[in-house]
Design a protein around this ligand. Structure first.
Ligand code: GLC
Length: 438
């Protein structure tokens, strides 16, 4: 390993040590003091190279948040760091929620199967079978829950009920979807300067990160308001539809789900389990239905507004996630690669921007509206490799690792690589380790 990469890896290990808690890793000590679902999966993927038992513990610790119905929440709260979030979600009101920990009541992209497989790669056959056996049921139950509760068209495309479920909170398609809802006056007037000053005093995130790098105030209040509305419907799909909540068939979520289903199959095979017939049928449909998210007119994939069944035409990083799903044709993959390497849209100095450089929504510093994120790059690199684009995958790996020279941050400007968001961020550290080691 080159000396500069070695020193970056050492910096990443220090971040993961700093963020270690009892049995899991927080995304960043100040801004995110709880356990997040897909963060733990990404974190474990890097940890497996340093301390395989810690990687396993990271994943096993997610089980304590599992709901009786199989749902895995996007956050398991750490009770010693009480804040406003606990009171907002009130999982204790829901019969299926766990009794021993408090959680949110929504999920996040299903990265669990990937983390379990990646840890398995580091184990010998006997250990791997034991490891898979310890996680199989949690993954199967979770995927079954997604089909039972989130598959209203029965075509396998699962729905998401809140921007946080996509993992890309303020990504342009989600903001388009939620901005068109009706809100009370105090949200409608949130863009006025005086209201912004008052609310910014109450926001935790802007204590640590400049507000110009975070979700906009009006968008944040809308997200907050939607949580309260969701809570009133007890997260059942039918009442949500009646109350006209925004509902998305999110491209990132569904692409990750397709790959996760394939991983579930491999895990089942290795431990000699039969996947239930119904689940198999659903899994096949999801793969076929990805086509619904393709626009022949724009020759790109998009997320879909479930309420009016239309694709949301916004150029974002999501369009590359079908590469990661591994379920598209070589021709489609070639088209996505062409877009990815287009200097006007995505091939920035520090690729890959979360919103296209030439889109109206592009902001180089603003969270999921432009900055480059290590996890998105990691997913794209995995996709490129699976379609045989080895050199491009290497180039993107090299450029992703360059970012770490500027510190281990939550995200980076795609224009100059300057660090943005939370400092000492866990998945940036762990995925950089994974990319460097491999
Ligand atoms: C932000 C990100 C989300 C992540 C969380 C914790 O909300 O948008 O994807 O899981 O932070 O890092």
């Amino acid at each position: 390993m080159k000396p500069e990469i070695k020193s970056s890896v050492e910096a990443c290990i220090r971040v993961l040590d700093k963020n270690a808690r009892a049995g899991y890793t927080v995304p960043s000590a100040e801004l995110y003091p709880h356990q997040w679902l897909w963060d733990s999966c990404f974190t474990a993927i890097g940890l497996r190279h340093i301390d395989i038992n810690r990687a396993k513990r990271e994943i096993l610790s997610l089980k304590r948040g599992a709901w009786k119905n199989g749902m895995l929440p996007n956050i398991i709260f750490n009770d010693s760091s009480i804040n406003f979030d606990h009171n907002l979600w009130e999982s204790q009101q829901e019969p299926a929620a766990p009794k021993t920990v408090r959680t949110t009541t929504i999920t996040q992209p299903p990265m669990l199967a990937e983390a379990v497989i990646k840890i398995g790669e580091k184990l010998n056959k006997q250990e791997r079978i034991k490891w898979f056996e310890s996680m199989y049921k949690t993954i199967e139950d979770y995927h079954k829950w997604l089909y039972a509760e989130r598959n209203p068209e029965n075509n396998g495309l699962v729905i998401q009920l809140h921007p946080y479920e996509s993992g890309l909170d303020n990504s342009p398609p989600w903001m388009f979807l939620i901005n068109k809802q009706r809100y009370p006056w105090w949200i409608r007037s949130a863009n006025t300067h005086s209201i912004e000053v008052i609310f910014n005093h109450l926001r935790r995130d802007v204590e640590y990160v400049p507000s110009s790098q975070r979700i906009g105030l009006k968008d944040a209040l809308e997200c907050f308001y939607l949580v309260r509305k969701l809570k009133k419907t007890h997260y059942g799909y039918t009442p949500i539809k009646k109350s006209r909540q925004p509902i998305m068939q999110d491209l990132v979520f569904n692409s990750i789900f397709i790959r996760a289903n394939k991983h579930l199959l491999s895990i089942a095979e290795e431990i000699n389990r039969d996947i239930p017939y119904d689940l198999m049928q659903h899994m096949k449909k999801t793969e076929q239905s990805l086509e619904i998210l393709w626009s022949e007119q724009h020759r790109q994939y998009y997320s879909r507004d479930f309420n009016n069944k239309s694709l949301i035409i916004r150029k974002t990083i999501a369009t590359f996630m079908p590469l990661y799903s591994g379920s598209i044709s070589r021709q489609r993959a070639a088209k996505l690669v062409e877009d990815l390497t287009d200097k006007n849209s995505y091939w920035a100095n520090y690729p890959v921007p979360s919103a296209a450089l030439d889109s109206r929504q592009f902001r180089p510093d603003k969270y999921w509206q432009g900055p480059t994120w290590m996890n998105a790059n990691w997913l794209i690199i995995e996709g490129l490799k699976s379609y045989g684009y080895k050199e491009l995958a290497q180039e993107l790996t090299r450029r992703s690792l360059d970012l770490i020279n500027n510190g281990v941050y939550e995200y980076y400007s795609p224009l100059d690589g300057s660090p943005k968001g939370a400092k000492d961020f866990s998945w940036t550290a762990s995925l950089a380790i994974d990319l460097a080691v491999r």
